[in-house]
Design a protein around this ligand. Structure first.
Ligand code: PLP
Length: 367
């Protein structure tokens, strides 16, 4: 008897993450591999998080605390939001899926941009929802065009701010005008995975926590990026107590493991480490900009820890060539950007290795 396939899954592509370092080493028989493909923090987790992990390790025979009690308390103080306004996820990926499952039903529509973080599309399609993707304008979310497309069945709007893969952001003014045009029964999900890289006191990058009073705003952040804990899988969302309660109804009881909770709690307060990572990332960004300009490679100025670069019609071949040289970047064909690649800002020597390999690849390919 043949397998019965749910129609919404029939044409859905499986998400392909950046290749793990070990896989590239195995496949190509390489020793050293520089991975700049998944916007991870290349500087490692904070020493305080490592210490907390060592302490928590002997207790992994116990189920984790499903409510994330200590982390919730500390984060609530730190963000100045009530504990009942917080929910934790197995990475912010899971928060995206939970929001869709909690709020969108058959016939409802999810609105986002394109290209943007692919999980919005995959999660919406897997639930059989209608999906509307509004093209970016000059590599940025076009909030005006998105506002004009909100319909009676639009339940959820995803805004990656800064946007992955372009590194651009929408400003406070743009966001405020946009929110004024969103009906109260439609939720706006601000995915701020790169918040800590983008935010500047007094700058025009918006902190969407300021809009929580509107009642239809979800702010999602992660410990995977600047906090350096991608492998542990933990993120959080802030919203109204009503929204959080509904998301809790679709949450698996032990979705966030105990090691992730312990490490996140320690990482949260390691301000010195976070500042250092941000400074190193800024320095790496300047290094990459200089190197790319030297080669005449165009790039999109970024507010995050990655840069979208334009390599031209032979971008795919150049990325393959980089891979053979042991440098993994992300070719952007699957995002509808066949002339582009996205490169994560690495450590100084990794950035150097990337720039050297890129120059050699372009020379070889004649691009
Ligand atoms: C915009 C955006 N949102 C969410 C995520 C997922 O993060 P997490 O590791 O918390 O699931 C990423 C990871 O690359 C991202 O770029």
């Amino acid at each position: 008897m043949g397998l019965r396939i749910k129609p919404e899954l029939r044409d859905l592509e499986v998400y392909k993450p950046g290749k793990p370092i070990e896989e590239v080493q195995r496949e190509l028989g390489l020793g050293e591999v520089v991975k700049l493909a998944s916007n991870e923090n290349p500087f490692g987790p904070s020493p305080r998080a490592l210490e907390a992990l060592r302490e928590a390790l002997p207790r992994v025979n116990r189920y984790p605390d499903g409510s994330c009690y200590y982390l919730r308390k500390r984060l609530s103080e730190k963000l100045g939001v009530g504990e009942d306004r917080l929910i934790f996820g197995n990475g912010s990926d899971e928060l995206i899926v939970m929001a869709i499952r909690a709020f969108a039903d058959e016939g409802d529509e999810v609105l986002t941009a394109s290209p943007t973080f692919l999980i919005y599309r995959i999660a919406a399609r897997a639930e059989g929802l209608a999906l509307r993707e509004v093209p970016l304008r000059d590599y940025r979310y076009d909030l005006e065009a998105m506002a004009s497309l909100i319909g009676p069945r639009t339940r959820l709007i995803f805004i990656s701010n800064p946007n992955n893969p372009t590194g651009t952001y929408v400003s406070r003014g743009e966001v405020e005008r946009f929110l004024d045009s969103v009906p109260g029964d439609c939720l706006v999900f601000f995915d701020e995975a790169y918040f800590e890289y983008a935010y500047e006191e007094g700058g025009d990058y918006p902190d969407s926590l300021r809009y929580q009073d509107r009642g239809n705003v979800i702010t999602a952040r992660t410990f995977s990026k600047i906090h350096g804990l991608a492998g542990l899988r933990i993120g959080y969302a802030v919203s109204s107590p009503e929204v959080i309660e509904l998301m809790n109804k679709v949450r698996e009881p032990f979705n966030v493991n105990s090691l992730a909770q312990a490490a996140a709690l320690a990482a949260l307060d390691d301000e010195g480490y976070l500042r250092w990572v941000r400074e190193m990332t800024e320095a790496g960004k300047r290094q990459l900009y200089r190197g790319l300009e030297g080669m005449g490679v165009k790039y999109v100025p970024s507010a995050a820890n990655f840069i979208l670069i334009e390599l031209g019609p032979r971008a795919r071949e150049i990325c393959d060539e980089l891979l053979r040289a042991g440098v993994v970047v992300r070719y952007m064909g699957a995002w509808g950007l066949p002339r582009h690649a996205r490169v994560t800002i690495g450590r100084r020597e990794e950035n150097e290795a990337f720039l050297r390999a890129l120059e050699a690849a372009m020379r070889r390919i004649g691009a």
